[in-house]
Design a protein around this ligand. Structure first.
Ligand code: GTQ
Length: 348
């Protein structure tokens, strides 16, 4: 059934050169490369960035580059398999570690890519999104959906560092990435009122039932509650089944953002967990604990605040190194995009 296809070398040179000169190409020499049988060609390498390696460079950026010269003071994680200059961890996911120092502000803007922040270190940082001031304490997830104004600040002491995840490679790749800058926002909600509106799972403001269009009603997901839910679920989740929760839009029950999905996992003490293989690419960030990830056979020992890349269709195993303490991981993936494109798959 599957036969060897013709190559460029099989063609008369003047024919091939003629095609190229007319901005055309024959498909058959490239067909198997762009449509391989069974599994995609994956350039994404399973690799890990240690926080202990990135943090000193980020702190040094704070000394070298004033915020006015950076707007966003970010060290970007770049997967060498995708070309380091392309600033991709996976083909759709951009990850940067952002530093803000006391008293600094990262100015107000909005853009077409979707973004989230996941707080890693420090206290007193905040993001203002759509006029709502959102505190950023370790492990908190803050959404900055496409088109919503956002700016960052820091009212505490010491460095504040968070992880930025954007669908920038995707949006840039379709020539659709741009930003608009503006004056600082009027803070209309200094107290994170949406947290109160959606504090109780399964209960939403009555008017939400009649709403037609999902418009990002909840922008901040505090870690404290997510960690508690995972710890509570751990006791009743069967062994070999993942203790895993998804962040969702509380009005729709569906993913928070159009292209990227967010979830959190707990590895019980001593647990060695095989995740179900999926079509989506993913990034795992360690919130607490340590262990080893094995991604497509590549062993990646991880500790707190480290971040790793998993290609599409990857086999992922996660082992908690501790027999006494749980480990917690935050996951970003492009499953929502795969679902929208109609080819999301879970294997095995
Ligand atoms: O904080 O708005 O890492 O616009 C890259 C682009 C962060 C941000 C990034 C951005 C931001």
């Amino acid at each position: 059934m599957s036969s060897e296809l013709g190559s460029v070398a099989d063609l008369p040179a003047e024919y091939y050169q003629g095609l190229v000169s007319r901005n055309t190409l024959p498909l058959w020499p490239s067909l198997r490369a762009v449509l391989p049988y069974g599994k995609p060609n994956r350039r994404t390498r399973p690799i890990l960035w240690r926080y202990a390696d990135v943090r000193p460079d980020l702190i040094r950026a704070g000394e070298l580059t004033p915020i006015e010269k950076a707007e966003r003071r970010v060290i970007v994680l770049c997967n060498p398999g995708l070309g380091i200059e392309n600033m991709q961890v996976t083909p759709t996911i951009y990850i940067g570690l952002q530093l803000i120092l006391p008293g600094e502000t990262a100015p107000n803007h909005r853009h077409t890519p979707s973004a989230v922040r996941f707080a890693i270190e420090g206290s007193g940082g905040f993001t203002v999104v759509r006029g709502e001031k959102l505190p950023m304490e370790k492990g908190d997830l803050i959404l900055t959906p496409p088109g919503l104004w956002h700016e960052h600040g820091h009212e505490g002491t010491g460095p504040v560092i968070w992880l930025d995840a954007l669908d920038l490679p995707l949006v840039y790749g379709i020539d659709a990435s741009y930003a608009i800058e503006a004056k600082p926002q009027q803070v209309t909600d200094p107290g994170n009122a949406s947290a109160a509106r959606f504090a109780q799972g399964g209960v939403i403001p009555y008017g939400s039932l009649a709403r037609q269009r999902a418009d990002y009603p909840l922008l901040r997901f505090p870690w404290r509650g997510v960690r508690r839910v995972l710890a509570d679920m751990a006791g009743t989740t069967p062994p070999h089944e993942a203790v895993h929760v998804a962040y969702v839009n509380p009005e729709t029950g569906r993913e928070c953002l159009p292209t990227l999905g967010f979830s959190a996992l707990m590895l019980r003490p001593g647990e060695d967990l095989a995740l179900r293989r999926r079509s989506a690419s993913a990034v795992l960030h360690v919130v607490e604990g340590g262990g080893t990830a094995v991604v497509d056979g590549v062993s990646l020992p991880f500790g707190e605040s480290d971040t790793l890349a998993a290609p599409t269709h990857a086999q992922i195993r996660l082992a908690n190194a501790s027999a006494k303490s749980p480990a917690f991981l935050f996951m970003v993936d492009d499953a929502p995009l795969h679902r929208k494109l109609g080819f999301y798959e879970v294997f095995d």
